[in-house]
Design a protein around this ligand. Structure first.
Ligand code: PSU
Ligand code: MN
Length: 305
């Protein structure tokens, strides 16, 4: 195992970084708390393969027995997927996980933190956290981390378990650049159009890489969000998923689900209630995000060379 000061890396990841080659970080809460076993581990491996096929090196990020890692082996991925003693770690939870030797799936915020420490600048996920509906003070630390950490995050927008217009407002307040790939409307994860136009439409990964570089010259210091609409063929029907989300939100409220348990609870309900259709869409959009992130990382590496 090679390592940066604080993050253990696979040799493949360390070598790619040393050469200035394209590397894409991948998060692991989606494995530990976002999808059921065994599909979660299968998807994690398929996402890594998609990154490789697009010419970049994948670095799945997690904390294993107290060690932050960028790049996991199949056993480590399976351990995250099987759950049990695996916790969900946002950025602020990393210290506790390290000191107590915990194994943790890392959220978008914690994955950005570890990626930045390792020197990885591009990251693909499914959906980011945001401003929750109902409780206006339940705002994901993903947004805060994006405002202070220079990692580009490719997602499929945000699910309407969140308040999409308010999430977009907070992104603007925190001065986080938003690019929407190939269309004007901000995407809503399972569906392509949230009904809100936000950020800048970009049709070319190289332009996204160039905009990011230009923001760096201005010392912006934030991350960047790239919203990639789910491929048309895999998008769900807005009416059906909307009703399912309403029911899941009501169940969370009725059962008094709080804090970091809210998002995993809602995701679990959606996957269960739609008999796998939500899960299928989730898998396809993550794969597509991984491919786009790899194209951006390849463009960045070429522009830097
Ligand atoms: N949204 C999704 N799928 C996910 C998550 C969010 O559509 O898997 C996960 C991500 O890891 C994200 C985290 O960073 O949930 C946000 O959790 P919270 O809402 O507790 O900040
Ligand atoms: Mn929260």
């Amino acid at each position: 195992m090679a390592g940066s000061e604080n993050v253990a890396m696979t040799r493949e990841v360390a070598e790619a970084l040393a050469e200035g080659g394209p590397v894409v970080a991948l998060e692991s809460t989606i494995i530990s708390h976002g999808m059921p076993w065994p599909q979660n581990a299968e998807v994690a491996m398929a996402v890594e393969a998609a990154v490789r096929e697009a010419g970049a090196v994948p670095a799945t990020v997690a904390v294993i027995d107290g060690v932050p890692r960028a790049g996991l082996n199949a056993d480590q991925v399976a351990r995250l997927g099987q759950g049990g003693d695996v916790v969900k770690a946002a950025s602020r939870d990393l210290g506790v996980a390290i000191v107590r030797g915990l194994t943790a799936g890392t959220t978008v915020s914690a994955t950005m933190r570890i990626a930045a420490s390792a020197g990885i600048g591009v990251f693909a996920t499914g959906g980011i956290g945001g401003v929750h509906r109902g409780d206006a003070l339940d705002v994901s630390a993903d947004l805060t981390e994006l405002s202070v950490t220079d990692v580009l995050v490719v997602c499929a927008g945000v699910k309407s378990i969140l308040d999409i217009p308010r999430t977009i407002e907070v992104l603007e307040t925190l001065r986080i650049p938003v690019a929407v790939f190939g269309q004007d409307a901000f995407p809503a994860f399972y569906t392509r159009d949230s009904g809100v136009v936000a950020g800048e439409r970009c049709d070319d990964p190289a332009e996204i890489a160039a905009i990011r570089a230009a923001n760096r010259t201005m010392g912006l210091g934030t991350g960047m969000l790239v919203a990639n609409p789910i491929p048309e063929a895999h998008a769900l029907e807005a009416g059906e998923i909307g009703a399912t989300i309403e029911a899941a939100l009501a169940a969370a409220e009725a059962q008094g689900v709080r804090g970091k348990d809210v998002t995993p609870f809602l995701l679990g309900r959606l996957n269960a209630v739609t008999e796998g259709r939500a899960l299928r869409a989730n898998i396809e959009l993550v794969l597509d995000n991984a491919r786009l992130a790899a194209r951006i990382a390849v463009a960045e590496a070429a522009q830097a060379a």
